[in-house]
Design a protein around this ligand. Structure first.
Ligand SMILES: C[S@@+](CC[C@H](N)C(=O)[O-])C[C@H]1O[C@@H](n2cnc3c(N)ncnc32)[C@H](O)[C@@H]1O
Length: 315
């Protein structure tokens, strides 16, 4: 773990500049977390720091921001520097939130936010190899300093194991054919870049877009989720959160596809631990949808720690 600079608090922070981009479901996240003087929050997915900034704009709040991506931490730390000691950045995986807080001497927090998945910054950086829209190495790691790359994963797995990954994490029906073509390319040393991977998928299933979606979309999603252990991380966060939240504290999770949302929904069904703030997931308003296409598939679920029914919850 790597605790970044904690900048001393200035008495009067200057007016904040306009945010680089507005984070998804910002108003809805604030309504769920209810930031107020003296409350401490974990932003488990700091990214560009948009949600953290929204919380820190409420005076007297504190945010501990986690990210596994060193470049996101650097960017957000610069953006949030003006909040001084009210903000602290930690390089960590959010599945380790309990030990991270223990190491920095924080015994409990009032809210945790996770806006899971990759950021648009990560998708847009060709050298990270996350998207077939940019030609780059087959890497896909959110933290480029540790773990196995997508190419190393593909090389390690058998045809059947790779097909299982693509089927389960990409929900791709044609996974066997796709896995075979990917492994053939890899064994012929013709699998180096994202373009090569897309070509192997197209060799298996053809170039037709289904419902306007590129044929390689599901395969890329599956490999990215596998490389980053995304679903295991989410489960670990859901398991750790009740131990680190203060009584009445809130866990808010924004997910972007059904595999993630299903994990959150199931965890919040444990009414001996969680009181969901709403029965249905919260989605973007028409206004947000028209401004931010990324919000289209976003689903926010939030729950208060402690058993029983939430007042006003739509049971
Ligand atoms: C969608 S972005 C978050 C955007 C952020 N809410 C904002 O307002 O700018 C997701 C971020 O979470 C990070 N991330 C994803 N999974 C993580 C994990 N298991 N542990 C730590 N960081 C993670 C990614 O590196 C990425 O920077």
């Amino acid at each position: 773990m790597n605790v970044l600079n904690v900048v001393p608090m200035r008495s009067a922070p200057p007016e904040p500049p306009e945010a680089p981009h507005v984070p998804v479901l910002r108003a809805e996240v604030l309504a769920a977390l209810d930031p107020a003087e003296g409350k401490v929050f974990v932003d488990a997915t700091l990214g560009a720091g948009g949600h953290s900034e929204a919380i820190l704009r409420v005076s007297g709040t504190k945010v501990i921001g986690l990210d596994r991506d060193p470049s996101a931490l650097a960017l957000a730390s610069e953006r949030l520097e003006r909040f001084g000691a009210r903000f602290r950045a930690v390089k960590a995986e959010f599945g380790d939130v309990a030990s991270v807080l223990g190491e920095i001497g924080v015994t409990g927090v009032d809210g945790i936010l996770a806006d899971v998945g990759v950021s648009s910054m990560q998708l847009d950086q060709a050298e990270r190899g996350m998207s077939f829209r940019h030609d780059g190495p087959l890497d896909m790691r959110m933290d480029p300093t540790s773990g196995e790359t997508a190419l190393e994963l593909i090389a390690r797995l058998s045809d059947d194991e790779l097909a299982d990954v693509i089927f389960k994490l990409g929900e791709e029906r044609r996974s066997r054919r796709i896995a075979r073509c990917i492994k053939q390319a890899e064994q012929a040393n013709e699998l180096v870049t994202t373009t090569d991977l897309r070509r192997a998928v197209i060799r298996a299933v053809g170039p037709a877009r289904v419902g306007g979606v590129d044929p390689a979309t599901r395969t890329f999603q599956a490999l990215r989720i596998a490389v980053n252990g995304e679903l295991d991380q989410l489960s670990a966060l859901l398991e750790a959160a009740p131990r680190v939240l203060n009584p009445g504290g809130v866990l808010a999770i924004i997910s972007f596809h059904s595999l993630e949302d299903r994990i959150v929904k199931r965890a919040f069904q444990d009414r001996s631990t969680w009181r969901p703030l709403s029965k249905k997931p919260i989605t973007a308003t028409d206004t947000e949808l028209s401004r931010n296409p990324r919000s289209r598939s976003a689903k926010l679920r939030a729950a208060r720690v402690g058993g029983g029914a939430e007042e006003g919850a739509d049971e």
